[in-house]
Design a protein around this ligand. Structure first.
Ligand code: RP5
Length: 164
């Protein structure tokens, strides 16, 4: 199976990114984690992106906050799917990162998830890999079945508590 690349603009993003890491671990999907900054280490980010396909990656999750250019900078150097994960920073409630990540020029897309949406970034990455991986597709389908069962159980519990 191809790997998911998880890159973040700073190690200070890790508390947010960790939910993506844990989700991929739960599904036993291989990944690599790196810190690359579009602004502080642009050359390292460029080299990673340029070689990502040859190095066995199937898609990349790129997390950054504030002037969040990492996902776009990675997308500029690879045709692998890039998932942008805007991280909430100290100001502007993460809207700065969301808009910096999502507003890409045509031809260089970044599939942007919600502010701090690390779990969905992992699910989207797995859905991309599952296009060519039937076993992973089955696991993802089972997770949806389990999720539905949880909602039905919650409904039954609240119904018995509040509804006459
Ligand atoms: C962004 O600036 C990083 O992704 C991080 O969210 C934010 C702050 O980085 P540090 O100053 O904590 O390294 O590039």
């Amino acid at each position: 199976m191809r790997k998911v690349g998880i890159v973040m603009g700073s190690s200070s993003d890790l508390p947010i990114v960790e939910k993506a890491i844990v989700t991929l671990q739960e599904f036993e999907v291989p990944f690599e984690v790196h810190v690359f900054s579009a602004h502080r280490t642009p050359e390292a980010a460029r080299m990673f992106a340029e070689d990502a396909r040859a190095n066995g990656f199937g898609c990349v999750i790129a997390a950054a906050g504030m002037a969040a250019h990492l996902a776009g900078a990675i997308a500029a150097q690879t045709t692998l799917p890039v998932i942008g994960l805007p991280c909430k920073g100290p100001n502007l409630d993460g809207m700065d990162a969301l808009l910096s990540t999502v507003q890409m020029p045509s031809g260089i897309p970044v599939a942007t998830v919600a502010i701090n949406g690390a779990k969905n970034a992992a699910f989207l990455a797995m859905q991309i890999l599952a296009v060519e991986d039937e076993a992973l597709a089955k696991k993802l389908n089972q997770a949806r079945v389990d999720g539905a069962a949880n909602v039905l159980a919650a409904d039954a519990e609240l119904s018995s508590k509040y509804n006459s």
